[in-house]
Structures are given as structure tokens and as C-alpha cells.
Write a protein that binds this ligand. Structure first.
Ligand code: GLA
Length: 389
């Protein structure tokens, strides 16, 4: 039986476009550890999840495109020979960014009708933007009939988000969406793009998404500001550490030795990055050995560092993290994604998920007067075409 998301997007496509079209799906992600270090060349540990973005795609005989989405009332139409800017395109900046980057790389696209729907909360730190970018890249390549390996879909997605949409994000989200594997975390080295998959002790860990019920838009400033502050720290450190090409190359000891070079704020940003880089290295060993208690402590430290040093948390995310830790079935919890609102992720013993969700929801409601949306997340996999069942 089709999952509800696929039924929904097919129905919307039929209403907007009539019959026909092929369906594709790309996953969102949670990041187990490695906050805000992908754009500093660090290693990260994301997991593709079973929620994401579905798109029905149909070829046209001209060079026009029509884009519609279940999440946004406004449809966007245009011409591939006169693409709108990101600002003009609004939500459609993501698919239009893929058209722009594919054509800039020499792929001549046919006209396209694309209809999207997703089951990730938008702007909540679960990579709805990477999922729409990767889904579009995979769908367009299939419809235009050129081969596109998943890793290249990720690279085009990253280029579209940084170059067209204008968010200075790292490579983690599109790579996590494109290279997901059930039962595994992706070990992604963001300096050289090398990667590997780490088998997780799935029978002992469940992922729970805790939605703070507030949203942020990455292009609204906070994210790019953190990038600028931490890159400014790197520039100053490089005057003494000329071999460092990114903050990942700076050790905790290096940073402390040259602390006087940095204003307090930049030291805090850099301190988060260099300690988080070290935590992720340790996490890889712990996860591979199935040491979930110790791994959970690293999630906790990561959250504190994101909160006090990188300053991307919010009182609601802090409350979700604290409430999580007071449940005995929870190994660890931290904000996932960029922060500034959105979701926290908790790793919980599978048989404790129900009582955990109850307890956290009740505590959150007492404090903020509304219920947090709390859902279990399963594993996703690489993007693919979905056959009609
Ligand atoms: C967003 C960005 C990613 C990454 C995370 C923070 O999701 O898109 O590249 O920087 O924030 O870890």
C-alpha cells in the first residue's frame, strides 16, 4: 500500500496537472553529533530518516516550468531561459536553484512540471531544504534522461543552496539525504567528502523528534552570522597557524595557546567547533562498539556547547533537552540541525519511547502552555523513484 505522503502528492499532481508523471522521494535527516562543524571541515554523523519530500515530475515539450507544493499555496511558473532570482521564486528557490546549477554544468533541461509534498516539518532542523533539493535533482535527471549518481545529486544540491538560495551551509544535509542507508549513520568527512557508513545497534536505540514548535529560516541571518563569526576567528588563528585551512585543523590546545588573538565572542564560536570536532571522533568509536550511554553523554555536551558557546539554542530547545534527560530511558538529547528553533533529537531505548514521549510532552506543556509535537523517526534510504503499488 502507498504511504500517505505518496497518495497525497499523487492526488495533488492529478488535480494540478492531470494524469501522468513519475514519483520520486528523498529523505530528511537527523544529525546524531557534529553541530555546525560541516562548514568548518569537521566530520559529522547524520542519519537519513523515513520522512522527507516527494515530487511528481513530468516532462513538457517546451522550456517552461510549473512548480506547485502542498505546503505553499502559491504556484510558481517560468521559463528555463529566464529563471527568476531566489527572492522572486520564494519557496520555489530550491527547485529553481537546481535547474540553474544543472544547466550551468552543461545539462540542457526540458520543460518540467513538478508537484511537491513533504512530511517533514519545514524549517525545523530536519533538512526539508536538502530533501527538496535532492529530490528535484534526482527527478530532473531521470526525466531529462541523464545519469546522476546520488553523491552528484548531493553536490548539485549544495551548490544550489549556497550559490543560488544564498545560505552558507555545509555539505552535511544533502549528503545525508543522498547517501542514507537503513540501520546506519553516515560518517562524513566534510573536508574531503570521504565517507563511510557505521552500523548502529538498532535494536537498542530509537530516534525521537521533539519539536519546539518554533521555526526559523536559515536565510534570515543567524546562520550566516555564525559562519562569519567563526570564519573571522579562523582568519585570526591562521596568522599563527598558517597550515590550518579550516577550523577542523585547529586543535583544542592550539586554540587555547592563541586565545589572546580572539575577542571573547569569536573564541566562544571557535571553542565550540574544535571541541565538537573532538567529540564526534570519540562518538564514532563509541557507536561502533554500541556504547550508547557514553555516546549519549556526548550528545548532552554537544547541546551545552551549542547553547553556551555557539549560542544557537533557544529556551524551548533547552527545556526539551533537559526534560529528555530526566527520563531513565533516554541515552542523550540535543538540538539537531541549525538550531534557532526547530527540533531536538533524543536517542531512547525502544521500549521506553511511549512513556518518554508522554513525560516530555507533559513537562513541555506545563512550561510553555502548548504541546510539543513528538514523533518516532525510522531510517530513510538513498533517494529513488517510487513505483505505483
Ligand atoms: C544546517 C546546515 C548544515 C549544518 C547544520 C548545523 O542544517 O544546512 O550544513 O551546518 O545546520 O550542523
Amino acid at each position: 500500500m502507498d504511504r500517505p505522503l505518496f497518495t497525497r502528492v499523487r492526488a495533488l499532481a492529478r488535480a494540478r496537472l492531470g494524469s501522468g508523471g513519475r514519483l520520486f522521494f528523498a529523505s530528511g535527516r537527523v544529525n546524531l553529533l557534529g553541530a555546525h562543524i560541516d562548514y568548518h571541515g569537521g566530520c559529522v554523523l547524520p542519519v537519513a530518516v523515513d520522512r522527507g519530500v516527494a515530487v511528481v515530475a513530468r516532462r513538457r515539450d517546451d522550456r517552461r516550468f510549473r512548480l506547485a507544493s502542498a505546503e505553499f499555496s502559491q504556484s510558481v511558473e517560468g521559463d528555463l531561459d529566464a529563471l527568476p532570482t531566489a527572492a522572486e521564486a520564494g519557496w520555489a528557490a530550491y527547485p529553481v536553484g537546481i535547474f540553474a546549477t544543472l544547466e550551468a554544468a552543461g545539462h540542457v533541461l526540458p520543460g518540467l512540471d513538478l508537484v511537491f509534498a513533504g512530511d517533514l516539518p519545514v524549517g525545523a532542523g530536519l533538512s526539508s531544504s536538502a530533501a527538496i533539493l535532492v529530490a528535484t535533482a534526482v527527478a530532473v535527471a531521470a526525466i531529462a534522461d541523464f545519469p546522476l549518481a546520488p553523491i552528484d545529486a548531493a553536490r548539485f544540491a549544495h551548490r544550489a543552496e549556497t550559490g543560488f538560495v544564498g545560505v552558507k551551509c555545509g555539505i552535511m544535509d544533502p549528503f545525508a539525504s543522498a547517501l542514507g542507508r537503513p540501520g546506519h549513520a553516515l560518517w562524513l568527512d566534510c573536508k574531503d567528502q570521504s565517507h563511510d557508513w557505521i552500523a548502529l545497534p538498532t535494536e537498542r536505540m530509537a530516534f525521537v523528534m521533539l519539536d519546539s514548535m518554533t521555526r526559523r529560516e536559515l536565510k534570515d541571518g543567524g546562520f550566516n552570522q555564525r559562519v562569519a563569526e567563526s570564519l573571522s576567528a579562523l582568519a585570526k588563528l591562521k596568522t599563527r597557524l598558517p597550515k590550518a585551512t579550516c577550523l577542523r585543523d585547529v586543535s583544542v590546545e592550539d586554540l587555547e595557546r592563541h586565545r589572546e588573538l580572539l575577542p571573547d565572542l569569536e573564541w566562544k564560536r571557535a571553542r565550540h567547533v574544535v571541541t565538537e570536532v573532538a567529540r564526534v571522533r570519540r562518538a564514532r568509536e563509541l557507536l561502533a562498539r554500541g556504547e550508547l550511554l557514553e555516546f549519549g553523554q556526548l550528545m548532552w555536551l554537544s547541546h551545552l556547547s551549542s547553547r553556551h558557546l555557539y549560542e544557537v539554542s533557544t529556551p524551548r530547545l533547552d527545556a526539551l533537552q533537559e526534560l529528555s534527560l530526566s527520563h531513565p530511558g533516554c541515552f542523550g538529547a540535543r538540538l539537531t540541525g541549525a538550531g534557532f528553533g526547530g527540533c531536538a533529537l533524543a536517542v531512547v531505548a525502544p521500549d521506553a519511547v511511549e512513556s518518554f514521549a508522554e513525560q516530555v510532552a507533559a513537562g513541555f506543556e506545563r512550561r510553555f502552555g502548548e504541546r510539543a509535537a513528538i514523533h518516532s523517526l525510522g531510517f530513510g534510504s538513498a533517494p529513488s523513484e517510487v513505483e505505483e503499488s
